[in-house]
Design a protein around this ligand. Structure first.
Ligand code: NAD
Length: 306
C-alpha cells in the first residue's frame, strides 16, 4: 500500500516508518523538519498540504505530526496547531481519494493529570470519559472528534484515532533519554516519574505493528478510538499499591488491577485488528540494565523499597 506518514521525522514516526517499510508498504515521509527521504511540508498550510497529497495519491494516511509534548509551547499554539493540522491533513487526504486514515491521539484525553481524577473503573478502556485539562489533551479530544466527524461525512473512507501510551524507541531501551528527558531505568527506579502517565508505555515498533494491522483490518469500524499500550506497566511494584499512592482518586478502582499488568486495556485494538503488543521492558532492556535495576531494589522478590 502507498502510505503517507506525517511526523515521519519524529520520535514515533521514525520507528513507524521502519516497520511499515519492512512490512512492504511504499512509505511517503512527510514532516516540516528535515530527515532522510523526508518531503518537507508545513501541514498548517492547507493549500500546500492538499497539493502534496493530491500529487502523492496515497491509499492511506497516518497522521502523527503534532506539537507532541504538553506545555512545550504556548497553550494557544498547541491547541490551534494540533487541531488545525489534523483537520487540514484529514480534509486533504479525503479530497485526494485516500481510503484509510489513522490519526494519533493520546491517553491524556482522560485528564489523569488533575489531582482529583477519579476513574470509575480500572483498567481503563475506550468507554472511560474524556476530561482534558490542558491544551494538548484538549487538542487530542478535538482531533478524535474530527476523525469521528469525517467518518460520518465520508462513508467510503475508513478512519480511526489511536492513543499510544508513553512511547519508548529502540535507542531509548539502550539508555537514550525518553520524551520527558530521563531514561527508562530512571522511570523504573523512581515510580514518581512514570506515575504521571499511570505507568503506561509502549514500544515504538509495537505502535508500527498496530498501524500496519489497522491498515489491513478492512472490517474495523470507521471512527473508532483505540488505546495502544504494552501489556504490562512500566513499574516494578504492583499497580494496586502504586496508583493510589500517586493518584488518590484511584483508591476504589485500583484493587481490580492485577500485579504489574497495565492500567490500560488493549482489548478493542486486538478485537478489531488482531494486534497484540509483543514488547515489554522485561524483554527490551539490556540484561545489564535489568541486573542494575534488580541490584537497586531491596526486596528479594524484586520489588523496590519505596
Ligand atoms: N511520544 C509519545 O509518548 C506519545 C504518546 C501519545 C501520543 N503521541 C502522539 O504521537 C504523535 C507523534 O509523537 P512523537 O513523540 O513522535 O512527537 P515528535 O515531536 O517527536 O514528532 C512530531 C513531528 O511532527 C512534526 N510537525 C510538527 N508540526 C508540524 C507542521 N506544522 N508540519 C509538519 N510537521 C510538523 C515535527 O517536526 C515532528 O517531527 C503525536 O501526535 C503525539 O501527540 C506521542
Amino acid at each position: 500500500m502507498r502510505v503517507a506518514v506525517t511526523g515521519a521525522s519524529g520520535r514515533v514516526g521514525r520507528a513507524v516508518v521502519d516497520v511499515l517499510v519492512a512490512a512492504g508498504h511504499e512509505v511517503q515521509r512527510l514532516d516540516r523538519a528535515p530527515g532522510e527521504e523526508i518531503t518537507q511540508i508545513d501541514l498548517t498550510d492547507a493549500e500546500a498540504t492538499a497539493d502534496l497529497l493530491r500529487g502523492i495519491a496515497p491509499q492511506a494516511l497516518v497522521h502523527l505530526a503534532a506539537i507532541a509534548v504538553p506545555f512545550s509551547a504556548p497553550e494557544r499554539d498547541i491547541f490551534t496547531v494540533n487541531t488545525g493540522m489534523a483537520f487540514t491533513a484529514i480534509e486533504a487526504a479525503v479530497a485526494a481519494g485516500v481510503t484509510r486514515i489513522l490519526v494519533a491521539s493520546s491517553p491524556t484525553v482522560l485528564g489523569y493529570g488533575t489531582p482529583d481524577w477519579t476513574p470509575e473503573r480500572l483498567p481503563l478502556d475506550e468507554s472511560a470519559p474524556t476530561a482534558p485539562a490542558n491544551a494538548y489533551a484538549l487538542s487530542k479530544v478535538c482531533v478524535e472528534e474530527t476523525v469521528a466527524a469525517f467518518a460520518r461525512s465520508a462513508p467510503s473512507v475508513r478512519l480511526a484515532s489511536f492513543r499510544p501510551c508513553y512511547v519508548i524507541t529502540p535507542e531509548e531501551w539502550d539508555g537514550a533519554p525518553t520524551q520527558q528527558g530521563h531514561t527508562v531505568l530512571d522511570r523504573l527506579r523512581d515510580p514518581a516519574l512514570a506515575a504521571v502517565s499511570l505507568f503506561n508505555y509502549v514500544d515504538a515498533r509495537d505502535v508500527g505493528v498496530f498501524i500496519d494491522a489497522w491498515l489491513a483490518a478492512d472490517a474495523a469500524p470507521s471512527g473508532a478510538r483505540y488505546f495502544v499500550g504494552a501489556a504490562d506497566a512500566l513499574a516494578v511494584d504492583p499497580l494496586d499499591e502504586l496508583l493510589p499512592r500517586f493518584h488518590p482518586g484511584t483508591r476504589d478502582a485500583a484493587p481490580a488491577l492485577r500485579g504489574t499488568s497495565s492500567a490500560f486495556d488493549n482489548t478493542a485494538a486486538t478485537r478489531d485488528t488482531g494486534w497484540v503488543p509483543r514488547r515489554s521492558w522485561r524483554t527490551e532492556l539490556h540484561p545489564d540494565a535489568l541486573a542494575a535495576l534488580a541490584a537497586s531494589t531491596s526486596a528479594p522478590d524484586g520489588r523496590t523499597s519505596r
